[in-house]
Design a protein. Structure first.
Length: 408
């Protein structure tokens, strides 16, 4: 045997993965999308914006202009904090919506999901407690769980989390932060009332608490009046991190998000981002800034919101026939999702394989809960399908649920 030949005995095992990598599972939503990728499936499971509504022409023109006029800059490394032109445009948009913001208040991230991961790195030690809504955005549960946090749900109702329950949990559990999607929440579609927002801000100020306010859907309003950000309330200004994204209003493939935060967490997130990816792609940032300069994003968003409103209406019109008698569902004023609760005894996770045989899919509600799940719940995305496809999908959903009920 030469020195380069391995011994006949087996090699020693490699060291194990980190405990957090072993304990945190993948996304059930992405698992469902992989199973239901067949084109004949009417898929209500994803959270995908409607691709036919992207402003493909405007985005292409923005990239072409940037690459023609400043190719060296567009293809070069950039600062971690983000391109100045984009940060200035984002600051102006945020200020126009009621929250005075300077470019230096912002950190550009590779999608707002990265902002969540950066905040978990910057704010949380393993074992720290995080409070979340009940139910909660699934990828936030993943991010906090991956950071080793103990995640506790705050009970609530149609107006959002209960402020008294929030205060009691803050006193008892001493959490680092409270995470919320107050406008057109994922998964329920509900919007936290102005009174609840003020109460949440007050709790954070009284007891010492970071608020992470995630707002990827807020511009997609079909009806009703806009509610101010929690970050705009005086008691919350120095302790709220506001997250934004172009994924739902421009295009998710750009992977452009941002966080607006007080100096301490913003600088810590910038250091964490340096370690993660140095900076968000320069060409994408410059193209988005050019788009904002040359096009009317607000007009585009209004067109998208009108189409999404029609799709929501189509889903609302068909739910009574599709779901079992006694079911309840939300009526969102915007966003992408609604939340349904079937009568007691239904388990939407167990039902899903039977329903998928009818070429339609939803997301069971159980994975969205930090604590004990309500297994009779499910999330439906209404924006990716046309009204006609929604009608057909609900017909299939009804058939699948009825067949499952008969089969026992």
């Amino acid at each position: 045997m030469t020195a380069t030949q391995p011994p006949s005995a087996s090699f020693a095992p490699v060291p194990p993965l980190a405990a957090r990598a072993r304990s945190i599972g993948g996304s059930p939503v992405r698992d469902i999308l992989a199973v239901t990728a067949r084109p004949e499936v009417v898929n209500f499971a994803g959270g995908l914006p409607a691709p036919e509504l992207f402003d493909t022409e405007g985005i292409a023109a923005a990239y072409q202009a940037v690459l023609a006029e400043t190719p060296g800059r567009a293809l070069q490394y950039s600062t971690t904090e983000g391109e100045p032109a984009l940060r200035a445009a984002l600051a102006a948009r945020t200020t126009a919506r009621g929250l005075d913001t300077d470019a230096d208040d912002l950190l550009v991230t590779t999608g707002s999901q990265q902002a969540l991961s950066l905040l978990a790195t910057a704010l949380l030690e393993p074992g720290d407690t995080v409070l979340v809504e009940d139910p909660c955005y699934l990828a936030a549960l993943q991010a906090f769980g991956f950071a080793g946090a103990r995640v506790i749900a705050v009970p609530g109702d149609a107006e959002g989390p209960d402020p008294e329950a929030l205060a009691e949990l803050v006193v008892r559990e001493r959490p680092k932060l409270f995470y919320t999607v107050p406008t057109f929440q994922n998964p329920t579609g509900r919007t936290m009332s102005a009174g609840r927002r003020a109460a949440v801000a007050s709790v954070a100020a009284r007891y010492g608490l970071w608020i992470v306010e995630d707002d990827p859907y807020g511009e997609l309003r079909f009806e009703g009046e806009r509610v101010p950000w929690i970050a705009a309330y005086e008691e919350a200004r120095d302790r709220t991190v506001l997250l934004g994204s172009f994924s739902k209003v421009m295009a998710p493939g750009l992977r452009l998000g941002w966080l607006r935060a007080p100096a301490g967490p913003r600088r810590a997130c910038a250091v964490a981002k340096q370690a993660a990816d140095l900076h968000t792609p320069t060409v994408n940032q410059l193209a988005a800034a050019r788009y904002l300069a040359d096009r009317d994003l607000d007009a585009h968003v209004r067109r998208v919101a009108r189409a999404y409103g029609e799709r929501r209406d189509a889903m609302l019109a068909g739910l009574a026939d599709a779901l079992p008698a006694g079911s309840r569902w939300t009526r969102p004023e915007g966003g992408m999702f609604l939340w349904a609760t079937l009568p007691a005894g239904y388990d939407t996770t167990a039902l899903l394989p039977r329903v998928v045989r009818h070429d339609v899919a939803y997301v069971p509600g159980a994975p969205f809960y930090a604590g004990e799940p309500d297994r009779s719940t499910l999330r439906l995305c209404f924006v990716t399908q046309t009204p006609d496809a929604i009608g057909e999908g609900l017909r299939r959903l009804g058939e699948g649920l009825r067949e499952a009920a008969l089969a026992g």
